[in-house]
Design a protein around this ligand. Structure first.
Ligand SMILES: [Ca+2]
Length: 514
């Protein structure tokens, strides 16, 4: 019996007492969950885990940009369940991926900012990463490209890993522009096979194709790096876009109601530079072309899944680590608690389901913290007790099943955003607040937090913020990425340290001379 049918027929019973109804609903959710787990005990699904770097909502099915070219992600969204209101745990690769892969919120781990790659040595002692969990519970785990923020290819996590080659790039003449190697917005002319993401996708495709009947199920983690900077990809994807790129909706006075901390997160200098030289069109075109290129590689992976002998026992999950501003709120890049830096594509297609409705969407707000428990449940494995978030299996079965974990993002200790179906509330460490109503202001232009008529809403959403915060982990920290309550102190410490270091160096030099 299909779970949704079971749910519908049970709920259709005439029940007078609400509490009885709720009790029954809980029972059904419990039954659904245990049914899924029980069947998976005997047959674990293969998992194709597509991680995308810096892709915002400028994809077709999300409606973020009218010129997006993403037929493959649109198809996946239509076949699976699309989380339309999905958000990163933190708007930066390092904290976002640490949260997702170790299954812990920054305010519980203290991993708010970026870290040097060596940090993983201690994280692996302390936590069980998702690939480690799967590998030690009956999976072959394969990885390629960018999964962790950091080169983590050890055998506790991976059966095998491909760190693809970055080949020298050749650029098309007179198209786009670049200011340096990273800030480059030029299409390339290299053969596709030379491109990093093509190699990464091909590795995943081989895993999918070569799965033998008696092999363990696989977890294929395929980490595509585009549309991350530099925005360069094969010129065909650039040329397929129109000459004139539609700019996002902008409001000149947008920032008048933003406080100090919110403003300090923006990359205002970049915005000014692109605006002054009229370069935003090229930047946005190059970004959209890289999204189209990522989508092309996603399509190659999805074709391989569809044509594989175990297509019917495969779960495909696609997510991006965070969003990206391309001029909205006069900002470039990520690292803010606003919608554009946080909203992400997030789709799960459980191909074990038969005859499902097309175009199923979850509109409730979720973050990627829920990925860990969701995949653990789908694989019939118990997640470690410390793991945050909730399994989204109930939402895959019934899109209106209530999401239990609040959708919270953080950027620096003390800076949080709470997203609900219709609202975004931001609380900065210095007490500043922002409130946006997405029902009539999805550009987040009008900060309502200070208006007396929204006092109750602010109180309601404040109550969802974390009650306790873990102190920031300071070892291996990347200084540039510290925001929030620790910024002043850690900057001061680091200034003192470098002063001390300079003194020491001078003294050593003096001794040598003597
Ligand atoms: Ca505003």
């Amino acid at each position: 019996m299909k779970y949704s049918v079971l749910l519908t027929s049970l709920l259709a019973l005439t029940l007078t007492a609400c509490s009885v109804q709720q009790e029954l609903k809980n029972e059904v959710v419990k039954a659904e969950t245990s049914n899924v787990s029980a069947s998976n005990k005997f047959k674990k699904p293969n998992i194709v885990f597509i991680a995308i770097d810096d892709m915002n909502d400028w994809v077709g099915y999300m409606g973020g940009h009218p010129q997006a070219m993403t037929p493959n992600m649109d198809k996946l969204a239509n076949e699976g369940v699309a989380f339309m209101n999905a958000h990163s745990v933190a708007p930066g690769c390092s904290p976002s991926r640490n949260a997702l892969l170790y299954g812990i919120e920054p305010y519980h781990s203290g991993l708010y900012p970026f870290y040097e790659f060596d940090l993983h040595k201690q994280l692996k002692q302390k936590y069980t990463s998702l690939p480690t969990l799967l590998k030690s519970n009956g999976y072959n785990t394969y990885g390629a490209g960018k999964i962790h923020h950091g080169k983590e290819y050890g055998e506790t996590e991976w059966t095998d890993y491909l760190d693809a080659d970055h080949q020298p790039k050749a650029f098309a003449k007179d198209k786009g522009f670049s200011t340096n190697k990273k800030n480059s917005f030029r299409p390339t002319t290299n053969p596709y096979e030379e491109m990093f993401d093509h190699q990464v996708a091909s590795y995943g495709i081989n895993v999918i194709k070569n799965k033998q009947k008696n092999d363990k199920p696989y977890f294929a983690a395929i980490g595509l790096v585009k549309p991350h900077l530099p925005f360069d990809c094969p010129v065909e994807f650039y040329d397929a876009l129109p000459e004139n790129i539609t700019p996002p909706a902008l409001l000149e006075s947008d920032l008048n109601d933003i406080g100090k901390e919110g403003n300090s997160m923006r990359r205002a200098g970049d915005d000014k530079r692109f605006t002054a030289k009229n370069q935003w069109g090229d930047v946005r075109k190059a970004y959209l072309s890289c999204i189209a290129w990522a989508d092309y590689n996603v399509g190659r992976i999805l074709d391989a899944v569809e044509n594989s002998p175990e297509a019917d026992n495969t779960v495909v999950i696609l997510w991006s680590d965070h969003g990206f501003h391309l001029g909205e709120k006069k900002s470039f890049k990520k690292f803010t608690l606003w919608e554009e830096a946080n909203r992400v594509p997030f789709i799960i297609h459980d191909r074990r389901e038969k005859e499902t409705e097309q175009g199923r969407k979850v509109t409730q707000a979720v973050t990627l913290i829920n990925v860990y428990r969701t995949l653990a449940e789908m694989a019939g494995i118990k997640a470690p007790d410390y793991v945050d978030g909730n399994s989204l299996v109930p939402q895959l079965l019934n899109q209106s099943s209530p999401v239990l974990a609040p959708a919270i993002a953080s950027w620096g200790r003390g800076n949080y955003a709470v997203r609900t179906e219709n609202w975004r509330f931001i609380q900065y460490f210095d007490g500043d607040q922002e409130l946006y109503n997405h029902q009539n202001d999805n550009n987040e232009w009008h900060n309502l937090a200070k208006l007396p008529e929204y006092k109750a809403k602010v109180e309601e959403l404040s109550a969802l913020l974390p009650k306790n915060e873990a102190p920031t982990v300071e070892e291996y920290i990347s200084q540039w990425s510290i925001f929030g309550a620790d910024k002043a102190r850690l900057k001061n410490d680091s200034a003192k340290q470098s002063k001390k270091q300079n003194k020491k160096t001078k003294k050593n030099k003096k001794n040598k001379v003597q």
